[in-house]
Design a protein around this ligand. Structure first.
Ligand SMILES: *[C@@H]1O[C@H](CO)[C@@H](O)[C@H](O)[C@H]1NC(C)=O
Ligand SMILES: *[C@@H]1O[C@H](CO)[C@@H](O)[C@H](O)[C@H]1NC(C)=O
Ligand SMILES: *[C@@H]1O[C@H](CO)[C@@H](O)[C@H](O)[C@H]1NC(C)=O
Ligand SMILES: *[C@@H]1O[C@H](CO)[C@@H](O)[C@H](O)[C@H]1NC(C)=O
Ligand SMILES: *[C@@H]1O[C@H](CO)[C@@H](O)[C@H](O)[C@H]1NC(C)=O
Length: 371
C-alpha cells in the first residue's frame, strides 16, 4: 500500500467538502445506527466442542450493532430493515444478518444479546453481550449513543455485577468494529485539513487504549476490524452511478488501516501474547465485490452493478426506510432480488453481502479466533 500523500489527502477532504451535501455525513451517521437480537445460525466449528462455552463481546458501530440503538430514533427499527431476517425490523442496519451474527455463527453460538435488550433474554447472557451502537466511534460523534469508552464502561459494569466471572472470560473473544463514524464526525464538525493526520493518530491511539483495556478486563482474544473501503460505499459511488469506487475516498481508509495494523502489531509485542488480531474487513469487502483497481470485476456474484444498493429513497432527500411525515407513504424503493445485492442501503451490506464478506474472512478467522 502506497503511503497516501498529504496532497491527496487534502484533495480528498476538499472533494468531500465541495461535492457532498452538508447533511451527507449526518444521514450517513443516522444510517449507521443499527440493531436486533435474534439467534445466529449455529453451524461450523463442530470439531471444537470447547467453543460451546465461548463468549462473544462486541463493541463498535452499526456494522456490529444488533439492537442497541433506540427504537424511536433508528431507521433500523423501521421497514424494510430486517425483511430477510428475522422477517421484520429488529434493529439491524441491513435486511438481514450483520457481521456480529456471522462471527457468532462461526463460533457455533447464537448472536450475543444486545446490551439494551438484556432485560428480555437472561438465558442468552451465556453467549456474551453486544455493546455496539450504530453511529458511534471511539470518540463522540454526532449521535448521542455511547462511544466506545462508554461501551467498555458498560461491559465493566456487567463484570462488577458478576454477570460474568473471571472464569467466564477465560474463553471469551471480543470483536471491535470501527467504521468511518469518527472521520465523518471530524469532517462535519472541524474538518481542518491540516489536522487530519493528527486526527487519524488520535483515533488509532484511542482505539489501542480501548483494546488493551478490554484485554485487561480479562477478555482473552480481541479482534479489531480494519475499516471498509469508504470509497466503495454507495453513498460515495453515487457520483459515478455506482460504477467505480472513488480512489480518493479510499485513501482515508488505507491511511487508517495502515496505521491500525502497525499499532496492533506493536500492542501485541508489548503484551507478549498474541491476544490482539486484525479482522481484515477491508480486504474482505474488496474480495466479495471482486474489486480490481477502482471498479468491480465481471466475476462478482452480485448481478448488474455490484456497487448499487438495493434499498434507496425515491428522491435525494429520502433514504431507505423513509416515510412521508404527513401521509405515512413509503418514500423508498426496494430492489426485486435483495439476495443479488451486496449493499442494502447507502452504507451497509445486505444479508447476502455480509455473507460474502464472512466467506472471505472465514479462512483466516480459524487461526485468528481459536486459541
Ligand atoms: C465518551 O463519552 C463520554 C460521555 O459523553 C465522554 O465523557 C468521554 O470523554 C468520551 N470519550 C472519548 C474518548 O471521547
Ligand atoms: C484459564 O484457562 C487456562 C488454560 O487455557 C487455565 O490454565 C486456567 O486455569 C484458566 N483459568 C480459569 C480462572 O479458569
Ligand atoms: C480543529 O482542528 C485543528 C487542527 O488540528 C485543531 O487545532 C483544533 O483544536 C480543532 N478544533 C476542534 C473544535 O476540534
Ligand atoms: C470506471 O472505471 C473504468 C475502468 O477504470 C473506466 O473505464 C470508466 O470510465 C469508469 N467509469 C466512470 C463512470 O467513471
Ligand atoms: C478509475 O481508474 C482509472 C484508471 O485506473 C481512471 O482512469 C478512472 O478515472 C478512475 N475512475 C474513477 C471514478 O476514479
Amino acid at each position: 500500500m502506497a503511503k497516501p500523500s498529504t496532497y491527496l489527502m487534502i484533495s480528498f477532504l476538499l472533494f468531500l467538502s465541495l461535492a457532498i451535501p452538508s447533511d451527507f455525513f449526518l444521514s450517513l451517521l443516522r444510517m449507521m445506527m443499527i440493531m436486533a437480537g435474534a439467534q445466529g445460525e449455529i453451524r461450523g466449528l463442530k470439531q471444537r466442542r470447547r467453543l460451546q462455552d465461548v463468549k462473544l463481546f462486541v463493541f463498535g458501530d452499526s456494522y456490529a450493532d444488533t439492537g442497541n440503538c433506540p427504537k424511536s430514533l433508528a431507521i433500523s427499527w423501521q421497514e424494510p430493515y430486517g425483511i430477510t431476517f428475522p422477517g421484520e425490523p429488529a434493529g439491524r442496519f441491513s435486511n438481514g444478518r450483520v457481521l456480529t451474527d456471522y462471527i457468532a455463527s462461526f463460533l457455533g453460538i447464537p448472536s450475543p444479546l444486545p446490551y439494551q435488550l438484556r432485560k428480555f433474554g437472561k438465558k442468552s447472557f451465556a453467549f456474551g453481550m453486544n455493546f455496539a451502537y450504530g453511529g458511534t466511534g471511539v470518540f463522540n460523534t454526532l449521535v448521542k449513543e455511547p462511544n466506545m469508552t462508554t461501551q467498555i464502561n458498560l461491559f465493566q459494569q456487567q463484570l462488577e455485577e458478576n454477570v460474568y466471572t473471571k472464569q467466564d472470560l477465560n474463553s471469551s473473544i471480543a470483536v471491535v468494529s470501527v467504521g468511518g463514524n469518527d472521520y465523518a464526525a471530524y469532517m462535519a464538525t472541524n474538518g481542518s485539513l491540516q489536522g487530519f493526520k493528527a486526527f487519524t493518530e488520535s483515533v488509532i491511539n484511542q482505539l489501542a487504549m480501548n483494546i488493551k483495556r478490554i484485554h485487561g478486563l480479562g477478555v482473552r482474544k480481541v479482534a479489531v476490524t480494519t475499516m471498509e473501503p469508504l470509497g466503495c460505499l454507495p453513498a460515495i459511488t453515487a457520483s459515478t452511478s455506482h460504477q467505480n469506487c472513488s480512489e480518493t475516498e479510499n485513501l482515508i481508509t488505507k491511511f487508517h488501516n495502515k496505521m491500525l495494523i502497525k499499532t496492533v502489531r506493536n500492542v501485541n509485542k508489548e503484551s507478549g501474547d498474541a491476544a490482539f488480531v486484525i479482522i481484515d474487513l477491508h480486504r474482505a469487502f474488496l474480495s466479495a465485490l471482486k474489486i480490481q483497481g477502482n471498479h468491480t470485476g465481471n466475476s462478482s456474484k452480485f448481478e448488474g452493478d455490484p456497487l448499487k444498493p438495493c434499498c434507496v429513497g425515491v428522491e435525494r432527500e429520502y433514504s431507505c426506510g423513509s416515510i412521508d411525515k404527513m401521509s405515512g407513504a413509503k418514500k423508498y424503493l426496494v430492489c426485486e432480488k435483495p439476495q443479488l445485492s451486496f449493499f442494502w442501503d447507502m452504507i451497509h451490506p445486505s444479508h447476502q453481502g455480509w455473507h460474502a464478506v464472512y466467506s472471505a474472512l472465514k479462512p483466516s478467522l480459524r487461526h485468528q479466533l481459536i486459541y
